[in-house]
Design a protein around this ligand. Structure first.
Ligand code: SF4
Length: 420
């Protein structure tokens, strides 16, 4: 039985922003239009009954709930109090933790107080300095949302703001970017690679250069940022860097959707109660995540029979042949599943960030090794200096490890369906 601890509740299917890169609204899937605008308390109750049954059957005793959207703060403060009460009282033997991911434009001290009182960690999305944030994160009238979000971060510091989430934008000079997070006094930050795949490359890639062995714009940007970050004694936590350092240091169990070899244990609950795989896969094509499984009619475990969930859960094991033969596979894990998609062969590809992964991982591994005394390096079994060029050469040779044919066919089976 799969162990799934994290549940992303899409409590609102609409948003007060209209970010240009958003997978919910602007990257190929319009099925949100058929969803109720908000998740009802009736659906929350049905979910909590399903969670209790799932935990009773599996022995899972810890569940993390992430209130998400659309924009969750379109709902009332009472709604969140009721949700937490329903979940905790229906499933009193489960230990719950809660967080909320908001675009930050309406959060104020009163909201922070409410979340603090209910042990809900607050995450805010920001895309860098005003000029760059306002290019993408817009209100529906076209106005940028930076001023509101920066104000929300300032209020949140010391009042329950747990961290900032940013989508990497390589157009922002790294010094300017770092100065911004210092000025806003950000204590914890995570960086996300933009959604995208082989048939819809993110803006940070020049389509003419994409695929060249020495073209690694995301890694170049991240390495520059890493060096600035590392030289700052009062640096904030940057989760992406710390994850990579922990992995190369050999700490067990480190990884997430985008890196490493751990299982992907996140389930999404839609506003109508639909139980689905992570919704950022919707950037692949219309309806790819839809499956007819719903908390009102189905058990949580029914999702585990869904093919796309199976591939997502095992995404770092179910990889293409190139990844199986790659020297940095254990750290990269083939990258996030959605970034491996191509219309003609589904997920049977390395991530579009493959070259960037090799450059970034080899840099961080070498940097880490350089910081250690020789006897410590010798005790790190199997971790050695890596050359970017050597890794590229290795994955260009005939592959020694062969992909299991069933895995290959399963990955390919998600190719873009031909519409008749
Ligand atoms: S770096 Fe490229 S080839 Fe290596 S595991 Fe990652 S995606 Fe696969």
């Amino acid at each position: 039985m799969k162990e799934v601890n994290s549940y992303v509740l899409k409590v609102a299917s609409r948003c007060n922003l209209n970010c240009s890169y958003c997978y919910m609204y602007n990257l190929g899937d319009t099925t949100y239009l058929k969803q109720p605008k908000f998740m009802s308390l009736h659906t929350i109750t049905a979910l909590s009954v399903r969670l209790k049954a799932y935990c009773d059957a599996t022995g899972v005793d810890y569940i993390h709930i992430i209130f998400h959207g659309g924009e969750p703060l379109l709902l009332s403060q009472d709604y969140f109090i009721d949700c937490i009460e329903i979940l905790k009282s229906t499933s009193s033997d489960i230990k719950f933790s809660f967080s909320v991911q908001t675009n930050g434009v309406t959060i104020n001290k009163e909201w922070y107080d409410l979340f603090k009182a209910n042990n809900v960690k607050v995450g805010i999305s920001l895309d860098g300095p005003k000029k760059h944030h306002d290019e993408f994160r817009l209100f529906h009238n076209g106005k940028g949302s930076y001023d509101e979000v920066a104000q929300a971060i300032r209020i949140g510091n010391g009042n329950g703001l747990a961290g900032i989430l940013m989508v990497i934008n390589t157009n922002i000079p790294t010094r300017e970017f770092y100065q911004e997070i210092k000025e806003l006094n950000v204590g914890k930050l995570n960086l996300l690679f933009p959604d995208g795949h082989y048939d819809r490359l993110p803006n940070g890639f020049d389509g003419l250069k994409f695929g060249d062995d020495n073209y690694t714009p995301y890694a170049d940007w991240l390495i520059e940022l890493f060096l600035i970050w590392k030289s700052d004694r009062l640096r904030p936590i940057i989760r992406l860097f710390e994850t990579l350092i922990e992995m190369v240091a050999g700490i067990d169990g480190i990884g997430n959707q985008g890196f490493g070899r751990t299982k992907n244990g996140v389930v999404v609950i839609e506003t109508d109660g639909g139980i689905e795989v992570t919704d950022s896969l919707r950037a692949c094509y219309e309806g790819i995540t839809r499956n007819g499984i719903n908390v009102h009619t189905s058990n949580i475990e029914d999702l585990f029979k869904d093919d796309i969930f199976e591939v997502y859960y095992h995404a770092h094991d179910m990889v293409c042949e190139q990844c199986l033969n790659c020297p940095v596979y254990d750290f990269c894990g083939g990258g996030f599943l959605g970034n491996r998609f191509a219309n003609h062969n589904g997920f049977n590809n390395p991530t579009i960030y493959c070259r960037d992964m090799i450059r970034l991982i080899s840099f961080i591994q070498n940097d880490f090794l350089q910081s250690l005394p020789l006897d410590a390096i010798n005790s790190l079994k199997g971790v050695q200096k890596l050359s970017y060029a050597d890794v590229i050469e290795d994955i260009s040779k005939p592959f020694l490890v062969k992909i299991d044919d069933d895995v290959k066919q399963k990955l390919i089976s998600f190719k873009q369906p031909v519409l008749i």
